[in-house]
Design a protein around this ligand. Structure first.
Ligand SMILES: Nc1ncnc2c1ncn2[C@@H]1O[C@H](COP(=O)(O)OP(=O)(O)OP(=O)(O)O)[C@@H](O)[C@H]1O
Ligand SMILES: [Mg+2]
Length: 385
């Protein structure tokens, strides 16, 4: 008997605590909660509602939904009245909708509250203030639109740049071809004898014309790579042949500075799937750098090794080396460690970015290891076959 009384007391206390807890939740929730009876009169509202609307209890308690939201009357709010009616009629919760009240925007839902006989006695309106979120949403939409417009403009500019480059390079190359041909003809003495002084001048002119041609080709290559228009003709080739040919082509330039080029190549063929011309371009760009930046009497070593299914290639020189902070940047377009107009070496800063694009197109990686005063080593990998 005593126990029953005690347990009744315990359950009453638990009931009071649960009531207090749900009251705390309702009051603390960051949304307005309003309860309407069948006559659509307000029978309960939480603190959030009074804070948001600035109304007092006596303004709204026991008043109809029209009065509660007075003086704002708009089509959306009328939709709210219909929704409340529907919930009473169907017993089903309403779908969420938006409602503007004063200068705020709310997301609201109407839920049925049933009595013990399961009849819908009241409805609960939950309104969440989404003014800020909507504003942010709007800002994101606008920012996105701006980005898309900017992107479209950039694409148009890019297309114009491509067209401009291809026209200019064509216009520049057209007169260059006969200039080179005539210089070669005169140098070969096909037209008549030339003296030593004339030969020297003509040789310089021819070298400059070749340099100009390479520059135009590089600019066209970079633009093609960026617009992904560069075509690669892949075939199975022995990398050793490419290296030997590239070294042969660069020998003259190396000899001028008494630089030795050593090749450490495997004795067996080293097959790769590659575009022969593009791969040759990688070697000549890298060897060209090593010759250009090294002092007279230097040494260049080319190593090729097979490593875990990959080919590992490196080209080291005894040049000045590259400070660490430039190691990544030298693969960016037009980047040069010394970019001053008074710099000692010619070039545009396109050789390495072209190498990087070509190597990556072949499924490999390229990077540099170097310390100032200890030379530079350009490494790259290629998938072996
Ligand atoms: N072997 C090297 N030794 C020292 N510095 C190097 C070496 N290779 C590249 N660099 C540095 O990296 C920069 C970028 O090289 P990259 O080949 O892209 O351009 P470039 O040789 O200056 O011009 P381009 O190749 O277009 O004629 C060079 O200007 C140089 O500062
Ligand atoms: Mg270069």
């Amino acid at each position: 008997m005593a126990k029953t009384r005690q347990s009744r007391r315990v359950s009453k206390k638990a009931g009071i605590m649960a009531g207090a807890l749900s009251r705390d939740i309702v009051e603390g929730i960051p949304a307005s909660i309003l309860v309407f009876d069948k006559g659509m009169r307000l029978i309960s509202a939480n603190k959030n509602f009074y804070t948001k609307t600035g109304k007092s209890r006596k303004d709204v308690m026991g008043k109809t939904v029209y009065r509660v939201f007075y003086p704002i009357l708009d089509a959306r709010r009328m939709g709210l009245v219909d929704k409340i009616k529907d919930v009473f009629n169907t017993g089903e919760p309403s779908r969420g909708d938006r409602l503007s009240y004063r200068s705020n925007l709310f997301f609201y839902k109407v839920n049925p509250i049933r009595d013990e006989t399961n009849e819908v006695k009241n409805v609960m309106l939950v309104m969440e203030d989404i003014t800020e979120v909507t504003k942010l949403e709007q800002e994101i939409i606008e920012a996105n639109k701006k980005l898309m417009d900017a992107n479209k403009k950039l694409k148009e500019l890019d297309k114009m740049k491509d067209e401009f480059l291809s026209t200019v390079s064509h216009e520049l190359k057209t007169p260059l071809t006969p200039i080179k041909t005539y210089l070669e003809l005169i140098l070969d003495e096909d037209i008549g004898k030339i003296n030593e002084e004339q030969r020297k001048g003509l040789e310089i002119s021819l070298r400059r014309a070749e340099h100009l041609k390479r520059l135009i080709d590089d600019i066209v290559d970079v633009s093609r790579m960026e617009s992904k228009k560069m075509k690669f003709y892949m075939e199975n080739i022995d990398l050793r042949n490419i290296i030997e040919n590239a070294v042969r082509d660069m020998k003259l330039l190396a000899n001028e500075k008494q630089i030795k080029i050593l090749e450490n190549l495997p004795t067996r063929p080293v097959y790769v799937k590659a575009d022969e011309i593009r791969m040759a371009q990688v070697f000549s760009n890298l060897i060209d750098n090593s010759i250009k930046f090294s002092a007279n009497g230097g040494k260049i070593t080319i190593n090729v090794k097979k490593e875990r299914g990959n080919l590992s290639v490196n080209i080291s020189d005894t040049g000045p080396g590259i400070p660490k902070k430039h190691h990544k940047k030298i693969f960016e377009k037009f980047y040069q460690v010394d970019s001053s107009t008074s710099r000692a070496f010619g070039g545009t800063g396109l050789g390495l970015p072209i190498c990087k694009s070509i190597i990556e197109k072949h499924g490999g990686d390229i990077w540099v290891e170097s310390k100032v005063g200890e030379g530079s080593t350009l490494h790259f990998t290629l998938p072996a076959i």
